[in-house]
Design a protein around this ligand. Structure first.
Ligand SMILES: Nc1ncnc2c1ncn2[C@@H]1O[C@H](COP(=O)(O)OP(=O)(O)OP(=O)(O)O)[C@@H](O)[C@H]1O
Ligand SMILES: [Mg+2]
Length: 274
């Protein structure tokens, strides 16, 4: 686990998600590509190679994963394949090689819809809300696979993001960037996911709003939902990361704990501005 100001992260309140018992974390392997197939990370895209349609491979033997009770962060330059890696894990890319595993089960062949039913929540980088619908309608849309009473979950999301309660009858498109991202995360949480994937949740927001969003993301992780996220704000994201991946040209360039990556001279020089 990382050290620093977020050390009080526990996994005490299991109300938001569906998380089962937390296992102990798998030790990180430097440059790690080989995770054991049993007792391994909760969600993993392992040795993924593939691209869009019949186009060239974008991912090359790429591995990204998140353990129970942890936050894993993917960083890297623009066009490195971070979003492509997330889409591959969510089933939106045909992999030519590699596997995706959820809680030990091989889900490589499942559709995104089936992955949602298995407990995966995904907030994509773009078009992640319905702008013409109200905040509340967005949250209701998020719960589309549920047949039980969704109101308690909606209340939990309004407790997590109080501004959304105030604006629940407003069109989501009228909200600020940071508030829209809260809607997007809230929408994904409406399925009561077992794991949450976020692609650049702080894109285009001010540093203050970024800090607030990170605090809320940590709060979600604390409820027992592992989080796999892509972040442009690499330094700040690695501060809160249990595990970090630096991707370059679709490949794993560096892998380690957040603290290891922050301390690595090569990572600092090339990706963190020195
Ligand atoms: N739908 C698509 N069809 C074909 N090629 C794509 C598609 N989406 C992305 N690519 C290509 O895949 C490569 C990786 O893009 P990707 O969006 O995964 O990078 P990224 O690391 O998420 O970048 P950014 O930091 O800008 O979000 C780029 O060369 C991009 O042009
Ligand atoms: Mg991207």
């Amino acid at each position: 686990m990382s050290s620093g100001k977020y050390d009080d992260r526990g996994n005490k309140d299991l109300s938001l998600g569906n998380a089962r018992g937390m296992g102990t974390a798998t030790p990180v392997k430097q440059g790690g590509k080989s995770f054991p197939s049993t007792g391994g990370p909760f969600l993993a895209g392992e040795n993924m190679t593939g691209g869009y349609g019949a186009g060239p491979d974008i991912l090359h033997d790429c591995t990204i994963a998140v353990d129970r009770g942890e936050i894993a962060v993917i960083v890297g330059p623009n066009g490195a394949g971070k979003s492509t890696g997330m889409k591959a894990v969510f089933g939106m890319l045909n992999l030519r090689q590699g596997h995706v595993k959820l809680d030990g089960e091989d889900i490589t062949q499942l559709s995104p819809q089936d992955r949602v039913a298995k407990g995966m929540g995904f907030v994509p980088q773009t078009s992640n809300i319905f702008t013409s619908m109200t905040v509340q309608e967005n949250l209701e849309m998020g719960a589309f696979i549920r047949t039980d009473d969704i109101r308690p979950t909606m209340e939990q999301i309004y407790d997590l993001f109080p501004i959304l309660r105030d604006k629940r009858n407003q069109a989501a498109g009228e909200l600020s960037g940071g508030q829209r991202q809260q809607v997007a995360v809230g929408r994904a949480l409406m399925t009561k996911p077992k794991v949450l994937m976020l692609d650049e949740p702080t894109a285009g927001v001010s540093p203050i709003v970024m800090d607030e969003l990170f605090d809320r993301i940590i709060e979600v992780a604390r409820t027992g939902i592992p989080i796999l996220m892509v972040e442009q704000n690499a330094r700040q994201a690695l501060e809160i990361a249990d595990k970090g991946y630096v991707l370059v040209q679709g490949r794993n360039a560096f892998t380690g704990t957040g603290q290891e990556l922050l301390a690595d001279p090569d990572v600092r020089k090339s990706f963190l501005g020195g």
